[in-house]
Design a protein around this ligand. Structure first.
Ligand code: FAS
Ligand code: PHB
Length: 394
């Protein structure tokens, strides 16, 4: 059996990028279908980002999905950098006039799904063999299998929002696509626990034994990370061992306030910096992790995906409203200008805050000197702050 579906924009991927795009397009009267190889429950169950830039909050407000975010999100006016027990607070509010909001990606995804389902969005979940086709013609298609049927989407444009392991980026010919990558020689072991956070703000710590991050999802739910070996495994880390290591890396003063308890999620994520250029090929537009990956140190992955979608939604709206294709034609260059600046910040903060096995005593001294410079320079702290709260969209 086969089926043909017609729409204006076919969105591959129902993560935050794909969901937000479908919402912003619907608000502009533009029809879309959204495909995902997983289902809603699986996608909502993924634990990922935790910090929203002001621009991301604004985008969710414009999308009409920020009510719960404003009720439950935690505004944060600063965060701490810690080096072997010394602490320096980056005062976001004083340095930039802005703050960030702690509100999990899981919740953003739930809020977007609720709205899209309420508005009757056409979804195809658990799809297989998704294949974008005829992208450089005036009749692009997306073929896939769904419940044993062969389905073809006839559309004007295809939005590749299918993450790092998706198929969209691979639909760009190797002769056209250029990729840039740095894989870090360590991972992040993260846990989630229903205990109050050790501090009211985030603490990023560089300790001789490795990086640690004290984060949160609410006043009663904490998220902690420690740097681990790339080939490490969660089975090697009992809760007790994790708490002991975290306490050492956060330092005795902070450790004394640590409320430990049983973790209900424990996972290891690899760290990489990655960019694919261009972010457009014919009728295909890449957005979010499909086009770029940042190490989570700067809390940028989700926020960068949202920034891409704001640019892409605006460009598609200009096309359908006034047949004005200047923003569509400029999308890739505009998005990449911001992507590379965010890649730089995420790489810089990762380089500062982690123990690199290949570092000589000189590089280790350079890390400490950078921290000491930051601690004594308002200009240097402001640079960190303006990147952390989010660079302008353009
Ligand atoms: P996503 O990966 O979220 O969504 C892509 C969607 O496409 C998925 O639902 C997938 O099922 C679907 N898909 C894939 N292939 C497909 C195919 N062939 N056909 C159809 N659908 C397909 N960012 C932060 O800012 N802070 C963090 O702490 C942080 N932690 C992270 C931890 C982990 C383990 C990972 C993997 C990422 C983390 N990130 C973090 C980054 C993360 O939040 C991403 O930036 C964010 O999910 C990007 O959203 P999307 O671009 O929508 O991609
Ligand atoms: C998180 O809470 O998951 C988090 C916060 C800040 C980061 C990375 C992850 O930089």
């Amino acid at each position: 059996m086969s089926e043909t579906v017609k729409t204006q924009v076919c969105i591959i991927g129902s993560g935050p990028a794909g969901l937000l795009l479908s919402q912003l397009l619907a608000m502009a009267g533009i029809d879309s279908v959204v495909l995902d190889r997983r289902d809603r429950a699986y996608i909502e169950g993924r634990i990922r980002a935790g910090v929203l830039e002001q621009g991301t909050v604004q985008a969710l407000e414009e999308a009409g999905v920020a009510d719960r975010l404003h009720r439950e999100g935690l505004p944060h006016d600063g965060f701490d950098l810690a080096f072997d027990g010394d602490r320096h607070r980056i005062d976001l509010k004083a340095l930039t006039g802005k703050s960030v909001t702690v509100y999990g990606q899981t919740e953003v995804t739930k809020d977007l799904f609720d709205r899209r389902f309420a508005d009757g969005q056409r979804f195809f979940f658990n799809v297989e063999d998704v294949t974008p086709a005829d992208l450089t013609t005036d009749a692009p298609r997306v073929h896939f299998r769904h419940e044993d049927r062969a389905v073809t989407v006839e559309c004007d444009y295809v939005a590749g929002c299918d993450g790092f392991h998706g198929v969209s980026r691979k639909a760009i010919p190797e002769t056209v696509l250029r990729t840039f990558e740095r894989v870090y020689p360590f991972g992040w072991l993260g846990i989630m626990v229903d205990r109050p956070p050790v501090s009211h703000e985030l603490i990023y710590a560089n300790h001789a034994r490795g990086f640690a991050l004290a984060s949160m999802r609410s006043k009663t739910r904490s998220r902690y990370y420690i740097q681990c070996e790339l080939d490490d495994h969660v089975d090697n880390w009992s809760d007790d061992r994790f708490w002991e290591e975290l306490a050492v890396r956060l330092g005795p003063e902070t450790a004394a306030k640590l409320e430990t308890g049983p973790s209900f999620e424990k996972s290891i994520a690899p760290l990489r910096s990655f960019v694919a250029e261009p972010m457009r090929h014919g009728a295909l537009f890449l957005a979010g992790d499909a086009a770029h990956i940042v190490p989570p140190t700067g809390a940028k992955g989700l926020n960068l995906a949202v920034a891409d979608i704001r640019l892409l939604a605006r460009a598609l709206t200009a096309h359908y409203r006034g047949r004005d294709d200047r923003l569509l034609d400029g999308y890739s260059a505009a998005a990449l200008r911001r992507v590379w600046k965010v890649e730089r910040f995420s790489w810089q903060l990762s380089t500062l805050m982690h123990q690199f096995p290949e570092n000589s005593p000189f590089e280790t001294r350079m890390q400490r000197a950078e921290f000491d410079y930051l601690s004594g320079s308002e200009a240097a702290s402001r640079s960190i702050a303006e990147n952390y709260v989010g660079l302008p969209l353009e």
